[in-house]
Design a protein around this ligand. Structure first.
Ligand SMILES: Cc1cc2nc3c(=O)[nH]c(=O)nc-3n(C[C@H](O)[C@H](O)[C@H](O)COP(=O)(O)OP(=O)(O)OC[C@H]3O[C@@H](n4cnc5c(N)ncnc54)[C@H](O)[C@@H]3O)c2cc1C
Length: 398
């Protein structure tokens, strides 16, 4: 594969850059650099307007097929889009779960009716989604979920509790893993689980925010107490939702992260600027760590290129499995470097009155990047996946 950008790629890059600069330079200047992990609470109304602005101009869901409202971009152009998005410091996307996880899942596994019902509202930024997988006793061991759904006439009735549900407080819909049949064989707990699409704004759903280290509440506990959803809102076959759930996880760990070294690069630039300002850059050890961080980001970029090289068909291969483990670790280390560069100043936060404290962007980076090695599959689980699926090592004893 020739990794140089073609004339078409370069002009596509220009097109994305021009659109973002025009939009963020005027009406949407206020959202520049806001939102995203660690700053997710910021400027909801303004970012929702941004989401709809992107949708109206065809800049959401760019990797989806054209017939589903996307641009049908190749993986390479998809990455160019993410790179330019990060370079422009465009805001964290409110529609990220719908666009990155649920949409591709409905395209791959959903019925034509489900595709017609759910995809246009994601493209337009009209409906936001959250992911209802984890429970108090089911995280890495996801098949242990206890949330259950039963058929009652034309509806499913859902009971149970989810936890760590990001953005549930803003979501219109949740894709919920629920047990619809007991497993016939206790060694095959993956059977009997269904993938339900459940509306969030109803009496049977209670959302309780969880306060994080940053002082904000980006995720929640979600309680389903007789929540209803229509019988047709099952993706894939009833009792066979595990395959669909794993498909969603592959999307979560896949292409959407390939361009993010540029977002991390913005953070490293801020850390380097802070080191220059406060004199930390004169310390040879700090200089060495800044250099190491730079190398880490370069390796991310090269791994992204390697992933692309093996994926002309649009699917991601083994190199992508390494990606999640690598970027999560690089990002966590970047947060630690930021704190060491700031020194004693790192321990002091802005007083935010009733809201408690308000960490600055580098403090947020440190606090939030702890989560990177946990969500979407913890580092240990990623190592298992690499061992078993990429290297063909014997399976972990169950
Ligand atoms: C910021 C953030 C956002 C999240 N958003 C969502 C969301 O929107 N929706 C959702 O459903 N979930 C969400 N999660 C939950 C996330 O998916 C889980 O935290 C994750 O899967 C780990 O599960 P757990 O927290 O139950 O930890 P556990 O599974 O209890 O793991 C605890 C520790 O044991 C290790 N461990 C567990 N099993 C093994 C094993 N077999 N081999 C080796 N080590 C093992 C883990 O690596 C970890 O270090 C989010 C989490 C975070 C941090």
């Amino acid at each position: 594969m020739d990794l140089r950008e073609s004339t078409g790629d370069l002009s596509f890059r220009d097109e994305v850059r021009t659109f973002l600069e025009d939009s963020l330079g005027s009406d949407f200047a206020v959202v520049r650099g806001r939102g995203g992990p660690g700053d997710e609470h910021a400027l909801f109304d303004e970012r929702l307007a941004w989401e709809r602005h992107l949708g109206a101009h065809g800049w959401t869901c760019v990797g989806w097929p054209v017939e589903h409202g996307g641009r049908g971009l190749t993986l390479r152009r998809h990455v160019i889009y993410y790179e330019e998005y990060a370079r422009a410091r465009a805001p964290g996307r409110l529609g990220i779960v719908g666009e990155g996880l649920l949409g591709p899942t409905v395209i791959a596994f959903g019925t034509p009716e489900q595709q017609r019902r759910f995809l246009p509202a994601i493209v337009a930024g009209d409906e936001l989604w959250c992911q209802g997988y984890s429970e108090p006793n089911a995280g890495s061991d996801l098949a242990n979920i206890a949330t259950r759904a039963e058929r009652d006439g034309d509806d499913w009735v859902v009971h149970g509790q989810k936890v760590w549900t990001s953005l549930a407080h803003w979501a219109d819909w949740c894709f919920v893993l629920a047990r619809t049949s007991p497993p016939a064989d206790p060694r095959r707990r993956h059977a009997g689980i269904s993938y339900l699409l459940v509306p969030m704004r109803q009496a049977g759903v209670e959302i309780r925010p969880i306060v994080q280290m940053t002082g904000d509440s980006e995720f929640n506990e979600v309680f389903f107490d007789g929540a209803l959803t229509a019988a047709a809102n099952v993706v894939g076959a009833v009792d066979e939702g595990w395959k669909v759930a794993m498909g969603t996880l592959a999307f979560e760990r896949g292409a959407s992260t390939l361009g993010q070294q540029l977002a991390f690069r913005n953070e490293l630039d801020a850390i380097t600027a802070a080191a220059r300002r406060n004199g930390a850059a004169a310390d040879p050890v700090v200089r060495q760590r800044l250099a190491r961080a730079h190398i880490g980001l370069e390796i991310m970029r090269l791994n992204a290129l390697r992933t692309l090289a093996g994926s002309e068909s649009g699917t991601l291969g083994r190199a992508a499995m390494v990606g999640k483990l690598y970027w999560a670790t690089v990002h966590r280390d970047l947060g630690e470097l930021a704190m060491d560069v700031l020194g004693a100043d790192a321990t002091v936060c802005q007083d935010a009155g009733d809201a408690g404290y308000d960490p600055d962007p580098l403090q947020r980076l440190f606090l939030f990047s702890r989560a990177d090695t946990i969500y979407g599959g913890s580092n240990q689980i990623q190592r298992n996946i690499i061992g078993e699926r990429a290297l063909g090592l014997p399976k972990e004893p169950r």
